[in-house]
Design a binder for this molecule. Structure first.
Ligand code: 13P
Length: 250
């Protein structure tokens, strides 16, 4: 399997710029890996501090959100150009917290995916079902709709650059991880959808992550699954022990 595992952290609304500097200084050593890509997505205001603290290490820095316009009267938003200029290389979009608390739609996510690609930022596009949707048996229908709309207008050449993160909402911050089988089932479903949309080559290359209560104790089992190419990690990425997730295979 040619896909490289990506261990990605999402710090959410945690850490100040000075705390960011201190934590990444500690993490540099713990997160060393030749076989796994390492990414920390941090609050916008912490990006410069994070980029500086991670310089010369294998840790890449990403943003947690981005607006889909170039610039202008959008008070409080940050643009792709700002993110790139600050030295970040990835950006999360469509996280369930953005969808639930800030009303982000599939159409918004699609505009963000296209805009990020235009600026050579790697979109980490999130999708995931609620517990009710899982119980109603519509998980895969829901996820297919989120991913399909998110990818509208994305060429095959660009599609391979996108990282898709499957994060069941009921598993986020709850300590209730999806079983490796449940996570694999949906990640495989997403890969099958990508195959329908873009063909085999893109489906084999695109990275699909699992997120939701990933920790040093369960990362190895999850990442060993054929269609799970790493994790998007919340709480457990705020500690130096995130390095144990990066080095899950040691
Ligand atoms: P937790 O790892 O804290 O469950 O958060 C997952 C998540 O939302 C990452 O984006």
């Amino acid at each position: 399997m040619a896909r490289k595992i990506l261990a990605a952290g999402n710090w959410k609304m945690n850490k100040t710029p000075s705390q960011t500097k201190a934590l990444i200084a500690e993490m540099r050593e713990a997160c060393k890996s030749e076989t796994v890509d390492v990414l920390l997505c941090v609050p916008a205001i912490c990006i410069p501090a994070a980029v500086e603290a991670a310089a010369g290490s294998n840790i890449q820095i990403g943003a947690e959100n981005m607006y889909f316009e170039e610039s202008g009267a959008y008070t409080g938003e940050i643009s792709p150009e700002m993110i790139v200029d600050a030295g970040a290389t990835y950006v999360i979009m469509g996280h369930s917290e953005r969808r639930d608390y800030f009303g982000e739609s599939n159409e918004d996510v699609n505009k963000k995916v296209l805009k990020a690609l235009e600026h050579n930022l790697v979109p980490v596009m999130c999708c995931g079902e609620s517990l009710t949707q899982r119980e109603q048996g519509i998980t895969m229908d829901w996820i297919r709709q989120q991913v399909k709309i998110g990818m509208i207008g994305v060429s095959a050449e660009d599609a391979v650059k996108v990282v898709i993160a499957y994060e069941p909402i009921w598993a986020i911050g709850t300590g209730k991880t999806a079983t490796a089988e449940q996570a694999e089932e949906v990640c495989k479903g997403i890969r099958d959808l990508i195959r329908e949309l873009y063909g085999d080559a893109v489906a084999e290359e695109i990275r699909i992550l699992y997120g939701g209560s990933v920790n040093p104790g369960n990362a190895a089992e999850l990442f060993a699954k054929e269609d799970i190419d790493g994790g998007l990690v919340g709480g457990a990425s705020l500690k130096t022990s995130f390095g144990e997730i990066v080095n899950y295979n040691k």
